[in-house]
Design a protein around this ligand. Structure first.
Ligand code: KMH
Ligand code: ZN
Length: 301
């Protein structure tokens, strides 16, 4: 498995707004199709959020998430990672609702609170398609993405109960200590899995030096752990490429970045997977299959 790399595709997220790209999947059918295509292109893990089909607004509605999950499960063996980050400003109960309902193999578990500011998007959108879009992103100027110790414990314990492995989203270096706290408390089952999400305004900048710093800090704090890198915006392909060279795994997809290159919108999630898979293969790595990803992550289907 040394040359295998797990490609995660984050399909739509809760940050980008429909007016930013006509290719952002919105409806249940679009998200299912986009996920199936991304898996066919080489993604072994699909990170799932839902949006209200009529408006594209992010939602935690477990029924909508369930329809997407069941639709993808019918057509693909990909590992599904359901968000518990959810819509900006949601409560813990709202963010957790889909886990008991769907007991996914993986779910995101955000490893600490921080300022999650995407208000800059508002300046780039001249003619928004929907009324909710500009207020939604502007509100993040005064937003703390809340993930307290009490909350993180609740996410971990709920996931344990439903046989779901937490994927710890680490946005800054101090969050590694938070994971270490819960390892020492003995509530994290199996090897720790970290998704370093770099380059959010409010989190650690997406640079190679910072990735090496995060990795060294995590090695000192945790010993062995499984890891992947996602990065916001144009740093996505640079940082994921470096991650593979350093022995890590990667997350691409339209949740984090809408572009394949300068001024070139990605027309699908599959295109972002094809791009990183091509880079992987040119470096001598192979995309892990879903069952190989399960082995690498230490999860049972
Ligand atoms: N919803 C964003 C605030 C996750 O999926 O867990 C963060 C997010 C992370 O999307
Ligand atoms: Zn997400």
């Amino acid at each position: 498995m040394k040359n295998k790399r797990v490609i995660t595709c984050a399909l739509t997220g809760a940050v980008h707004i429909p007016s930013m790209s006509p290719y952002l999947p919105i409806t249940i059918e679009e998200i299912i199709q986009s996920g199936v295509e991304a898996a066919e292109a080489g993604a072994s893990v699909l990170h799932v959020h839902a949006r209200i089909p009529e408006t594209g607004e992010p939602t935690n509605d477990p029924e909508l998430i369930g329809k997407i999950v069941n639709g993808i499960r019918k057509e693909s063996n990909a590992v599904l990672c359901i968000t518990t980050g959810g819509k900006l400003g949601s409560t813990t109960a709202e963010r957790l609702a889909a886990i008991p309902a769907l007991h996914p193999e993986l779910a995101s578990c955000n490893a600490g609170s921080f300022n999650f500011n995407v208000s800059g998007i508002a300046e780039k959108i001249m003619n928004p398609k929907y009324d909710w879009e500009i207020p939604y992103v502007e509100k993040t100027y005064d937003n703390i993405f809340t993930n307290t110790f009490k909350g993180i414990e609740e996410y971990i314990l709920t996931m344990n109960e439903h046989n779901t492995k937490p994927e710890f989203e680490v946005y800054d270096v101090g969050m590694i200590n938070n994971i270490s706290y819960f390892v020492n408390k003995g509530i994290i089952k199996g090897p720790v899995y970290i998704q370093f999400v770099m380059g959010i305004t409010g989190g650690i900048p997406a640079t190679v030096e910072n990735l090496v710093f995060l990795l060294n800090t995590a090695k000192n704090a945790l010993g062995n752990f499984f890891w992947s890198v996602g990065a916001a915006g144009k740093a996505q392909f640079e940082l994921t490429t470096v991650a593979m060279i350093l022995g890590g795994n990667v997350r691409v997809g339209l949740e984090d970045n809408l572009y394949l290159g300068k001024g070139q919108l990605a027309k699908s999630n599959a295109e972002t997977v094809q791009k990183i898979k091509g880079i992987a293969e040119s470096l001598g790595y192979e995309a892990a299959s879903p069952d190989e990803a399960r082995k690498m992550l230490g999860i049972n289907k």
